[in-house]
Design a protein around this ligand. Structure first.
Ligand SMILES: [Zn+2]
Length: 79
């Protein structure tokens, strides 16, 4: 006989998948509640609360960064 606690029955595929689906549902809701999206008053694009709008570069009606300047993606590291 085993000296440590041992499950009496094997957990069925349906039971474990049901448990997993509930876990996923809960986590998704938690992550959704963490991110607060609002509409940008200038362009109407969805943006993060208390953050600069990525579409027009404005925050509280003030131009924070110039959108005409294109920022090139860093693909190589120059050493
Ligand atoms: Zn905007």
């Amino acid at each position: 006989m085993a000296k440590h606690p041992v499950p009496k029955k094997k957990t069925s595929k349906a039971r474990s998948s049901r448990r997993h689906s509930k876990f996923v549902q809960k986590e998704q809701k938690y992550l959704k509640d963490l991110v607060h999206l609002t509409k940008c008053p200038n362009c109407g694009a969805p943006k993060l609360m208390h953050h600069v709008c990525k579409e027009c570069g404005k925050y509280k009606g003030r131009q924070v960064f110039d959108m005409n300047k294109k920022i090139e993606k860093i693909t190589k590291i120059k050493a």
